[in-house]
Each structure stands twice: as C-alpha cells, then as structure tokens.
Ligand binder design. Structure first.
Ligand code: DUC
Ligand code: ZN
Ligand code: ZN
Length: 486
C-alpha cells in the first residue's frame, strides 16, 4: 500500500499561526503528513497535485447558512443542498452548518427528520445543523430536545425578532436553560422586536415604504439593545452563546464588554457588513431589495468599526448568512409585487461562494488582517466553536478539506461565478483579489478552475459530540442553578 493516496506538492501551507512551504500527504481522506518534501509521488496509487505558487488553506467552514430550509406551509428554500453545495465548493467552503427549523405549534423532530433526509440526498459538502426553536413548549424542551442533542445537534438558534419566529424573554430563558442542561451552544439573532414593529408602523404610516426604509426600521440601537439583553440573560443562566451577524460596532462593544468580564459569548459577522451599506438599498426602482438583510447593512464607519472588532478578536467568525431569495419570480424578493413595502420583502442575501474571496480581498489584500487571521475566522474558529473537530485545520489526523488559493488573482464577481441557484448576487461587478483555484473535500478534488464535480449525497453529516469550549463557566447569581429546576 502506498504511503499516500495524494501528495499536494509545492504549496505554501497557511495555518492559524504560521505560513510555511510544505507538501501535504493525504491518506484515507485525512491529512497524514506535512513535510518540506514528501517522497512517494512516483508510487503506484499515489497522485500528485501541483500547488506551486499557491497557498494551501483549510477548506472553509461556513457556520451560518440557510440551505433548503423548510418553509411554513410546505416546500423549502430554493437553494437546495446540491445547489448550495455547488456554490460552497466553488467558493472554497467544504463544511456548512445549516438550519433545521420549527414551526410554531409544531415540534422539532418531524422537520429535523425531513431535513436530514434532504441533506443526505443532496449535500456535497459536509454538514452539521443548528436547531431553530420558535416555540419552546414543555414537550419540545423536555421530550424532543434531548433526542435532537443525542442525534448530534448541539447548537440551538433563536430569534429575538421576526414574526413568526421570535421568542420573548421568558421563552429565550427556557431555551438557554435547556441548552445549559443539555450541553448546547445558543446562537442568537439580536434585534429588538417591538422597536422594529413600532418604527415600521410609523414608516408605513408616513408613506416611507421603499426598500431603503428597511434600514430605517432597525437602526444600530435596536441591535445594540437586543445584543445587551441576549448576553445579560445568557449570563443569568450561565449558558454560552454566539451573537450572529453583528452589523455594527455598537453591538460589538456589548460583546467586548461581556467578554472582558469573562462571559462565554462569541461574535460573528459577515462579508455583507464590510462591503454593502444602507445606501445600496436606495438604488433606483426596486433594486434596493437585492441588498435587504437583517440586521441591515450600515455604512463605511460601521464597517471600519467591525474591522477593529475583528482585529481585537471580539468577532471571531465570518460566515455568509447565505439566505437566497430570487429577485424575480413568485417566491422571491418581488413575491408581493415590484412595489411591495419593505415589510413584505423577504430578508436575506446569497453569499456562500463570495464569502472567502470578499474577506480575503477586503481583509488580507488590504492588510487589515493576516492570512492566518483569515484561516482562523473562516475555518478554525467556526470549526472549534461548533464542535467540528476534524475540520478547519491543516494538521495530521484532520480531514483533508483544503483549498488551493491564488492570493493575487483578480476577479470581477458575476452571478454565474457564484454557482448558486439564486438569480442575482449583491456583489455583481465587484473586483476581488484572491480566488480558490481548487477545492478538496476529504482528499478528493471536488472543484478545479470553477468546475465542481461531486456526487449529490456525498456530503457527510457531522454529528457533534459534547465538547469543552461551550461548557458553562460555573458563575451564577447567588450560586443558584435555576436552569436545573425548570
Ligand atoms: N437575516 C437572518 O437573520 N437570517 C436570514 C436572512 C437575514 O437577513
Ligand atoms: Zn439571524
Ligand atoms: Zn441567518
């Protein structure tokens, strides 16, 4: 038997701490060796992939993307596991964490079983799930969630805004308590529901209905307040949380303050908050709808504040929050017509394939962050935080999920390059520096020069075992563990 199935020859390996010239030997889908020179390239059964002049990065881990998410009333997102995987692999991402949902009045086990079925049939990336909780009934909390966790889902997602998804504070506390008992992380969408409803009603009454008023309905203060509250209640229960999609420095400051006093809270941001702004929602006609997501994109000053928070390690994950709605067609942004008020336009932007090029271009190529920071933000930290132990790093024993990356290549983004099913990209026409030349998943080349080749269903489910990083820290008001009694 040859020592290696594959040798990746002559590239520069980038880890969270270093960059060094090394060959990478792969055996059985895992990294078997790293060395300045690996012999065995001539052995029968060993193939060689030339990476001269390229960086070798760990495959991206996108820990927040909405793919084939089931929708109320039947059906699912138009981005299927197969099309979403194609976009992911085209952009250098090899693992995702997507969302199984709950519909109010229903349980979680039924939708989760269906979601597993869809992913097993279609995925070409490896995948884990977040479990969205919209209705934390006794049955869900005490009967169903323990089964969900036993099946390898250790991240619960809650929304503090959005009808019909949002939880009030008491319900949020119930989810935090369950997470503490079961050993889960809670991920939180932080915006103040009532403040948004109040401002939206006023904007509609004033005739301000265009897409740009989406941003007016939810200024940074509504995100800051909800972030503060989400953290305070998590501190009350002593449950670790991650604040999703931080869009502004005001929210990042709340996270930084809590981190400084030892609270286990992590922050995520997304490329759209670096490169899009509220001004994009003011494009002519209905075009602004293409840029609508929540929280809303802000402005250049906010983006500068986010970069600072990234450099300070307050924000340690950059995910896509890929949430694709077509611009045209009956189920997309114009579902309620081309003049729909902002309150009736689906939220979300697609970004699976654009995530790594945008972050490299805006972050590494400009000198704001290092290549090792990039690896930590896009692969290492999301893998650690969500318990994906074989992912996100280049080291013997880890899965051979790798990207051969050209750090200099300049590319003008088009929707065709994104390879998702959605009919537009909000990044159309932007020029980026840095591009994935090839993507390997467990040692197999699944994308080369933009051509994705993998079998639907070849992605593997990543069941997450208990892990230390999300253990409560053991600090409770009065030392009383209320979560143990409810
Ligand atoms: N906001 C979310 O929280 N999720 C999906 C899309 C969006 O805009
Ligand atoms: Zn969200
Ligand atoms: Zn989301």
């Amino acid at each position: 038997m040859p020592d290696y199935d594959l040798i990746i020859r002559g590239g520069t390996v980038v880890t969270e701490s270093d960059q060094f010239r090394a060959d990478v030997g792969v055996r059985g889908g895992r990294i078997a060796a790293l060395a300045e020179r690996l012999d065995g390239g001539a052995a029968p059964g060993t193939s060689v992939l030339d990476a001269t002049g390229l960086l070798v990065l760990p495959g991206g881990v996108d820990s927040h993307c909405h793919i084939e998410q089931l929708q109320q009333g039947g059906g699912a997102d138009e981005e299927t596991f197969t099309t979403g995987s194609t976009a992911a692999l085209a952009g250098g991402t090899t693992s995702v964490v997507s969302f199984s949902t709950q519909f109010k009045g229903g349980g979680v086990l039924g939708p989760l079983a269906e979601y597993h079925r869809r992913a097993a049939a279609g995925a070409m990336v490896d995948y884990a799930f977040h479990q969205i909780i919209t209705d934390p009934t006794e049955a869900v909390i005490h009967d169903e969630l323990p089964q969900v966790v036993a099946g390898g889902v250790r991240s619960l997602k809650v929304f503090l805004t959005y009808d019909p998804l949002r939880l009030d504070d008491r319900q949020y506390l119930a989810v935090l308590s369950a997470a503490r008992r079961l050993g889960c992380l809670v991920t939180v969408h932080c915006e103040n529901y009532d403040a948004i409803a109040w401002r939206s009603a006023a904007l509609l009454a004033a005739g301000r209905t265009a897409p740009k008023y989406h941003a007016w309905s939810r200024p940074p203060i509504v995100e800051r307040e909800a972030t503060h509250r989400a953290i305070a209640l998590a501190e009350l229960v002593d449950t670790p949380i991650e604040v999703f999609h931080v869009s502004c420095p005001e929210a990042a400051e709340e996270i930084a303050r809590a981190q400084a006093r030892g609270v286990r809270v992590w922050g995520e941001t997304c490329p759209q908050y670096f490169v899009l702004g509220a001004a994009d929602m003011d494009r002519p006609g209905f075009e602004g709808a293409k840029f609508m997501c929540s929280p809303a994109p802000r402005d250049a000053a906010a983006a500068a504040g986010l970069w600072q928070a990234v450099r300070a390690r307050t924000l340690e994950v950059v995910s896509s929050d890929h949430s694709g709605w077509n611009y045209a067609g009956p189920r997309g942004k114009q579902a309620a017509g081309p003049d729909a008020p902002f309150t009736n336009i689906p939220n979300g932007v697609p970004g699976l394939a654009a995530r790594l090029p945008l972050l490299w271009s805006e972050g590494v190529a400009t000198g704001r962050i290092t290549a090792s920071d990039f690896v930590r933000l896009t692969a290492g930290q999301p893998a650690r935080l969500f318990g994906l132990h074989a992912k996100g790093r280049i080291a013997p024993g880890a899965d051979a999920d790798l990207v051969l990356w050209d750090p200099e290549r300049r590319t003008r983004l088009t929707n065709a390059l994104m390879q998702h099913v959605i009919d537009y990209t909000p990044y159309e026409g932007m020029e980026v520096t840095g591009w994935p030349v090839a993507t390997l998943r467990r040692g197999a080349v699944v994308m080369r020069d933009g051509v994705v080749q993998a079998e639907p269903g070849s992605g593997r489910y990543l069941a997450v075992p208990p892990y230390d990083m999300i253990r409560p820290r053991g600090v409770l008001p009065d030392g009383f563990d209320a979560a143990a009694f409810c």
